[in-house]
Structures are given as structure tokens and as C-alpha cells.
Design a protein around this ligand. Structure first.
Ligand code: SF4
Length: 258
């Protein structure tokens, strides 16, 4: 499965099950995925960072294009509820991410004041102060935590290099406010190895991490589209709700999307 790549810097708006009318921002290359994870469920397909020349959009071009797009949507039925950084990989790896967030907040205030500036990220770059400082300013800082154990983290997220779950949790603990955790629950097999983050052992380990991190909110969701790993099982809403209740028992808000 090749996955769906976003072929523009600014795409949509699209209807998102979690964010409403969402104008998407892709800070990664438009013709290939660029990420430091290789999640078995990634809608962009498998990670292949082998391209010799990665061309990232420039901050100045982005600023102009975003202003034009928001002006064209202003006072129409498609004025966005969210301006969402997602796209063909990990947005916080863009070297101008912090400045781009500044520009986005400015443009939002001028042309789409009700839109929540939202970042979907895998928490791998939170050790960088500039990235953290930018994320504190956005309306929704949504960071991924799909596993409670190292083995499940490696099997589901398949990070490149020597990224570990311990490092990701350390990163998340550096965010003291405005943190939402997103967790995608799934079961399946990839390359002869099973993965399942819904077993009692995995849920228990994951809940311990949620309790330590104490985010403002946890979003629990299931796969929505075809995944690069074949035969991934979609988790039923009822099962997600059972897990959500265990999060709520910790005093943490939990919302289910399916
Ligand atoms: S972190 Fe996001 S973009 Fe990267 S592989 Fe995982 S789902 Fe895909």
C-alpha cells in the first residue's frame, strides 16, 4: 500500500472526525514522506527517507500562501474550525517550525479567528526548547503515545535511529501545560511480529505513563483508512470506551473517536 501523500503545502479544508472543518498544513516535502517514525498504520505509507535532496517549504512562501488561503475562506461555509499541522511526516522536524507557528497565529487572528491552531506530532522533537516554546502557544498541542512498553513502541511506531519510549516520555514530561495525548489502538501483524496495544498488560503500562504525564486530555481513536501493514484490525468503539473509562478514573479527560 503506497499511502496517500499530500501534494500541497496547504490542503483542504477537509472534514476531520476530531477537529471539524480542518485546513491542513504539510511542512514536509510534497512528493515524499519524511518522518523519524515508521508507524504500521501511517496513512502516508511506509517511511522512506532515502531521497538525497529533501526540499522543505520556506517560511516566507508559507506565510503568503496561508494568508491568501485564509482570506479566500473568510466568511464562507468553509471557514476552518482548525488549522492543523500534519501532512507527509513529522511537522516539528521543519527547521523553521517555531517561526511558522508565529506566522500562523498572526494570520489566524486576522482571517480565521475561530480556528484552533492544532499540531499533530509524535513527541520526538520536544527536547528542543524552540519547539516546546512554539507548542505552548498553539490552541491544541496533540502528541502521540501509542504504547506503554518499549517492545510495543518499537513494533507499532518503528522509530528510526535510537529513539526509545523512555525518551519520548521524557520529552512529554517537559511539556507542563497545554498537552493532549493521542493514542491509536490497534491489533495486527507486521513482518512476522504481532502488535497489540489493547492487551491488559499493555493498557496497564500505558495507563501508568498517562498517570505520570497527566495531560489535559487523552484522545483515543482507531484506524480510519487503509494501513501500510496489511490486515490491521480496527478496534470497536465499545472497547475504546472501556479504555477511556480507565483514563477518566485517573482524573484525566478522555475522548473517544472512531
Ligand atoms: S509519526 Fe505520523 S507521519 Fe510519522 S510515520 Fe507515524 S503516523 Fe506517519
Amino acid at each position: 500500500m503506497a499511502g496517500i501523500l499530500f501534494d500541497e503545502l496547504i490542503f483542504g479544508p477537509v472534514h476531520s472526525r476530531r477537529l471539524g472543518i480542518s485546513l491542513g498544513i504539510n511542512l514536509l516535502p510534497v512528493h515524499n514522506k519524511f518522518c523519524n517514525f515508521n508507524c504500521v498504520y501511517c496513512e502516508c505509507g511506509w517511511t522512506d527517507n532515502s531521497a538525497t535532496k529533501i526540499v522543505l517549504p520556506k517560511r516566507t512562501d508559507f506565510k503568503r500562501l496561508l494568508s491568501e488561503k485564509l482570506q479566500s475562506l473568510h466568511n464562507t461555509t468553509l471557514e476552518p474550525d482548525a488549522i492543523t499541522f500534519a501532512g507527509n511526516g513529522e511537522p516539528t522536524t521543519h527547521p523553521e517550525f517555531a517561526g511558522i507557528i508565529e506566522d500562523t497565529l498572526e494570520a489566524r487572528d486576522l482571517y480565521a479567528p475561530k480556528a484552533a491552531v492544532t499540531v499533530l506530532s509524535n513527541a520526538s522533537m520536544l527536547h528542543k526548547k524552540k519547539v516546546r516554546d512554539a507548542l505552548v502557544k498553539v490552541d491544541k498541542n496533540i502528541q502521540k503515545l501509542d504504547a506503554g512498553t518499549e517492545i510495543m513502541f518499537q513494533r507499532i511506531n518503528q522509530p528510526l535511529g535510537n529513539l526509545t519510549l523512555e525518551k519520548i516520555v521524557e520529552n512529554l514530561l517537559l511539556i507542563k501545560e497545554n498537552l493532549t495525548i493521542q493514542t491509536l489502538f490497534l491489533r495486527g501483524e507486521n513482518d512476522g511480529q504481532n502488535f497489540d496495544n489493547t492487551t491488559p498488560e499493555e493498557i496497564s503500562a500505558w495507563l501508568k505513563l498517562i498517570n505520570i504525564i497527566q495531560p489535559a486530555e487523552v484522545m483515543l481513536y482507531s484506524i480510519e483508512r487503509e494501513t501500510p501493514a496489511a490486515g490491521v484490525e480496527k478496534i470497536a468503539r465499545k472497547e475504546l470506551e472501556l479504555i477511556a473509562r480507565q483514563v477518566q478514573a485517573l482524573g484525566v479527560k478522555a475522548v473517544v473517536f472512531d
